[in-house]
Design a protein around this ligand. Structure first.
Ligand code: UDP
Length: 240
């Protein structure tokens, strides 16, 4: 299936179903695995943040979060046919593991948000085993407790929602201490799972303008969104 390298980031060319199957495989295989789901903003961030770029290159699977990545892949060695956002990927994984022994730890978000997300996900996927929860606001002392808690709960899947690139760096530095089998950085997904933040209506998703909906809902995202046109210009310049 191969890779599609976009501005130095090696994306896996996989459909959503293939990516979810691979993720479940990572939970069963020996060793620990990391999945990253960068969008164009993160690819742009990685152009100047070498630590982030190295993590994306070292990840076991990198999926295309956003229509911008799918678009850019037409200039790469392989074409990505569909977007595999972190949020959708996690739901697909939940559906596959809900009646198995695989367990989930939810780490990140404002206090109470991951709890609410867990409640909603248990309703949606009965049989899903969420064994631990912690919010994403902590100091160095609390961080030690969080790592110890994850280690004790031994989750198959560690979801980390601290925003990018904080979550990717946290996972890369700490996964080995947690014993979790698979870690995925999922941005603000707990906010959506909990119902606190509505996902863009189908209409926006179909047209590929989910970003516009998010901008209207959270105008503070404007500055980071300015990276999008820069991404398009850079892909056109470098990859053509
Ligand atoms: N967050 C957190 N700890 C922090 C900073 C952020 O848990 O120190 C959470 C925040 O509550 C939100 C998510 O990280 O749930 C960031 O969401 P955003 O949509 O900005 O993610 P991104 O688009 O950067 O992946």
């Amino acid at each position: 299936m191969g890779k599609a390298t976009i501005l130095g980031v090696p994306f896996d060319v996989k459909t959503m179903a293939e990516a979810a199957d691979t993720a479940v495989g990572f939970m069963i295989e020996p060793g620990q695995h990391i999945i990253c789901t960068p969008n164009p903003e993160i690819v742009m961030e990685a152009q100047t943040d070498t630590e982030l770029m190295n993590i994306l290159k070292a990840a076991d699977m990198v999926t295309a979060d956003g229509i911008g990545i799918v678009w850019a892949s037409k200039y790469a060695e392989n074409i990505i046919t569909e977007r595999v956002s972190g949020y959708d990927l996690v739901l697909q994984i939940f559906d596959r593991i809900k009646d198995t022994d695989n367990t989930v730890y939810m780490f990140g978000g404002a206090p109470g948000v991951a709890e609410k997300a867990a409640e909603e996900m248990r309703k949606k996927y009965p049989g899903l085993k969420i064994v631990g929860i912690h919010d994403g606001y902590f100091d160095a002392k609390e961080e030690k407790n969080i790592i110890a808690d994850i280690k004790e709960k031994k989750p198959s899947l560690l979801l980390v929602g601290l925003g990018s690139p904080k979550q990717e760096k946290w996972i890369y530095s700490n996964l080995r201490f947690t014993g979790a089998k698979l870690a995925i950085g999922i941005g603000g997904s707990f906010d959506v799972m909990s119902g606190n933040l509505k996902r863009a209506p189908e209409f926006f998703c179909k047209l590929g303008i989910e970003w516009l909906y998010r901008l209207i809902k959270q105008p503070t995202r404007f500055k980071r969104m300015m990276r999008l046109p820069k991404f398009v210009l850079r892909v056109r310049k470098v990859m053509r």
